[in-house]
Design a protein around this ligand. Structure first.
Ligand SMILES: Cc1cc2nc3c(=O)[nH]c(=O)nc-3n(C[C@H](O)[C@H](O)[C@H](O)COP(=O)(O)O)c2cc1C
Length: 219
């Protein structure tokens, strides 16, 4: 296959896989497999950051408008414990945490989200909104890059809105700054996970695709 064919194949192969395991049974792949996959995921996150972004966000001397917070196996076990014992979560959120091998929480950094920031700026409200929209759009491009790279490595992925993970108390526990806005909880399953007892669900919109949204302009 040539490069366009490979890229097309990966884009179409990517699909949502919600992997749910019984809480308390967090997948533990062997340490060497875990280590190898951590390197792949870490590299993929870095490469995903080659997504386009329009403005230098400039927070903490970082131009990119996004942040990625990565949780490996040990932290996932602690997270599951925190959800179960402190937040008293009993639903599928626990099973999703138990069913993944790594979790990447992606946030973006609006500039004009808070009222003081809006009011202290000389920019029009229209400009403020479009600038923030472009920070968000760039972050979504970064997330899709990451999904494609992980798919190319035969990893299972699920982009979730984050349910309880996006709640302020959880973000604080995970050391995520309050000015960050949550966009994705990306659940990752390693190819070697061998997770036979897991319940797997597809994305709700998977079968709803068409090409009717394309319009070739002729005036
Ligand atoms: C911004 C965003 C948020 C999403 N949040 C959720 C979610 O909270 N729960 C869920 O079941 N799927 C979520 N999804 C995944 C979609 O349901 C999924 O992409 C869609 O059903 C199409 O399926 P596919 O990814 O297999 O093509 C989200 C996708 C995006 C882009």
């Amino acid at each position: 296959m040539d490069a366009p064919e490979i890229l097309t194949e990966i884009i179409k192969r990517r699909k949502t896989e919600k992997v749910m395991c019984e809480a308390g049974s967090s997948i533990n792949v062997a340490a060497d497999i875990d280590k190898r996959n951590q390197i792949i995921v870490r590299d993929a996150v870095e490469t995903a950051g080659w997504a386009p972004f329009h403005y230098n966000r400039g927070l903490d001397d970082i131009a990119e408008p996004w942040r990625a917070h990565v949780l490996w196996q040990d932290e996932l076990i602690k997270l599951e414990d925190y959800f179960r014992n402190e937040l008293k979560v009993t639903n599928k959120e626990l099973d999703l945490i138990a069913g993944c091998n790594a979790l990447v929480l992606v946030t973006w950094l609006p500039e004009f989200y808070s009222e003081p920031c809006r009011e202290n700026s000389s920019r029009s409200r229209e400009y403020q909104i479009s600038r923030d929209e472009e920070h968000l759009a760039a972050t979504a491009a970064m997330v899709q890059n990451l999904l494609l790279l992980l798919t190319a490595h035969d990893m299972g992925t699920y982009w979730s809105s984050g349910f309880k993970l996006r709640e302020p108390a959880v973000l604080e526990t995970l050391g995520i700054a309050t000015e960050e806005r949550f966009i994705a909880a990306l659940f990752i399953e390693y190819p070697e996970a061998n997770n036979d007892n897991a319940i797997r669900k597809a994305g709700n919109q998977r079968g709803n695709r068409s090409d009717k949204w394309i319009r070739e302009v002729s005036t």
